[in-house]
Design a protein. Structure first.
Length: 95
């Protein structure tokens, strides 16, 4: 049985999906993420909380961390979030 949250779709998921669909199509995003058209449509409308596995698929597609999609790092732009993921995934973090 799949677990699905009862909440709403995180705002960043809605925003980024809208941009992705505008740049291509729902079908293209569906194929590239592995999510069904019905799920893409629900999330575009902000209906339903994606599962952890779905958030990971979307994070992989957008090349960001799940935490960013969930609204953490609120002042971080999409471009910075992608850069941050590349740096943290490579292990080249200095500080």
């Amino acid at each position: 049985m799949r677990e699905r949250g009862n909440g709403k779709t995180p705002e960043r998921v809605v925003e980024e999906l809208k941009k992705a669909v505008a740049a291509s199509s729902q079908l293209s995003v569906s194929k590239k993420t592995g999510l069904g058209l019905a799920a893409i449509n629900r999330y575009l409308k902000g209906i339903g909380e994606p599962t952890t596995a779905t958030l990971q698929r979307l994070a992989d597609y957008f090349e960001v961390h799940v935490a960013w999609l969930q609204g953490h790092f609120e002042n971080m732009s999409y471009e910075k979030a992608r850069e941050y993921k590349k740096v943290t995934d490579s292990g080249n973090i200095s500080g």
